[in-house]
Design a protein. Sequence first.
Length: 343
Amino acid sequence: MLVLGIETSCDESGIALFDTQRGLLSHHLFSQIDMHRDYGGVVPELASRDHIRRVLPLICQTLHTAGCTMHDVDAIAYTEGPGLAGALLVGASIGAALSFGLNIPALGIHHLEGHLLSPLLSTPAPDFPFIALLVSGGHTQLMRVDGVGQYQLMGETVDDAAGEAFDKTAKLLGLGYPGGAALANLAQHGHSNRFKLPRPMIHSGDLNFSFSGLKTAVLTLINKHEPSSQTRADIASAFQQAVVDVLVEKSLSALSESGLTQLVVAGGVGANQLLRHELSTRAATQGVRVFYPELEFCTDNGAMIAFAGAMRLQALNTQTPPPASGFTVKARWNLEELEKPST
């Protein structure tokens, strides 16, 4: 079964072809970072308009790379939510139109489910069940994953997500957009032990997170010290270490609480090299295996949507959904509301 994936939830247009027998055949991505940089963040209307320009050419490019035509495609998977409503509408409308025109099934995919399942695209891949640390954009969550559509929330952020904290702290340090990657790069030149920053909720007794206060503590440091290049690097390093310490501790606590021995890390912050190093190091001492998506699949991409769509279609067995007769998008969509495919 050949599935075309369409991702347009925010500021990246991602298209991919996934075959259930041959794996990922091709994928292409267009990032709008350069366009939004002048505004210091994503402008929803500009994002939507750019998706309109990019999606169809990217589909043609992806098909050409794989040596396929639209008539080879067996199903369409598009991101239904959560995300920017206007951006989601672009991918959903194109996916539904292709489904109707080609008389093939269309599935609306939860964006976070795509991230949760993305490490299964790599080799080696985890088996169900596993614990997932989802650190994507405005989400920081720990989930127990027992199968496709079987997600149990164990803990989440009560205010800013880790990715938001990275971006906001980067802005305080005068770094450009996108801030998370810029802060991580600056932190490589700093000393994490020069400044002592809090580890919010690290000993809270639950699996929830909080990063808003950490951002405020950084602002206090900036106001107290001369903003030299070394000081900025040291603050960035101390901030990154504090976030990583919390993420690692909570993830290992979730594993201990669940009795599972596999951890999946997914989402943009999952590309952070310090997080990868410290998680893998700590996990190895406890007999836990950690799985990460390829770096190119940490941020938003069409491959994870095509793959999630293929897994859902396989779980349906013979109950293949009909071609689209309409479409919806969900700017807000709780992952726990997602239904398990009924076989």
